[in-house]
Ligand binder design. Structure first.
Ligand code: ROI
Length: 168
């Protein structure tokens, strides 16, 4: 339970570039919707994206989720890591290929800085594969805590290069 025991609106980033990425994201979505204390509110379209970081890995599929939860950020992280592990995630090289990556991008208007979690997610403001799916399901005027800027402003400053919406 979070401290106020009030439902908090949370945004997640999803990514996969091993196995069947689309199937991995769909199955992750189902698993997330089944977490006790989580209500799924929206799922973005899926995007294919060129790898950021090392280029010698397959293209990614990325998406974003909006949910509401009574869980604390830490409790939610534990549930998400369990889902990553169920999907065969093996943590090897930094910035390497992965079957499933689930990131807490935003947790209400909170900022979290501890050994396990940094919210807002550090790199989100520069990454098209995070910002564009997020913009599909979040209000344009959404403020990014700590940055003093809106989601729409970040999107406007971030070219969609290497990013393509996957038709349904
Ligand atoms: N690149 C893309 N396109 N999508 C991701 O989800 C992703 N995740 C990562 C790194 C390796 C930084 N690159 C990525 O963790």
């Amino acid at each position: 339970m979070n401290m106020d025991s009030v439902a908090v609106e949370v945004y997640l980033g999803l990514g996969s570039n091993l196995g069947n990425p689309i199937a991995n994201l769909k199955s992750a979505c189902t698993a997330i919707s089944q977490i006790d204390g989580v209500q799924l509110l929206a799922l973005s379209p899926f995007y294919s994206s060129k790898p950021v970081g090392p280029q010698d890995q397959p293209d990614y599929v990325n998406a974003a989720i909006r949910l509401s939860t009574h869980l604390s950020a830490q409790q939610l992280l534990e549930q998400l890591q369990a889902i990553e592990n169920q999907h065969g995630r093996i943590r090897t090289v930094r910035w390497g290929a992965r079957t499933l990556d689930l990131d807490i991008l935003l947790y209400g208007d909170s900022q979290v800085h501890d050994s396990q979690l940094t919210i807002p997610h550090i790199e989100m403001s520069k990454r098209s594969f995070v910002l564009y799916p997020l913009a599909d399901i979040a209000p344009a005027g959404l403020m990014i805590p700590g940055l003093g800027t809106t989601l729409a402003a970040l999107v406007a400053a971030c070219p969609a290069e290497g990013l393509e919406k996957i038709p349904l």
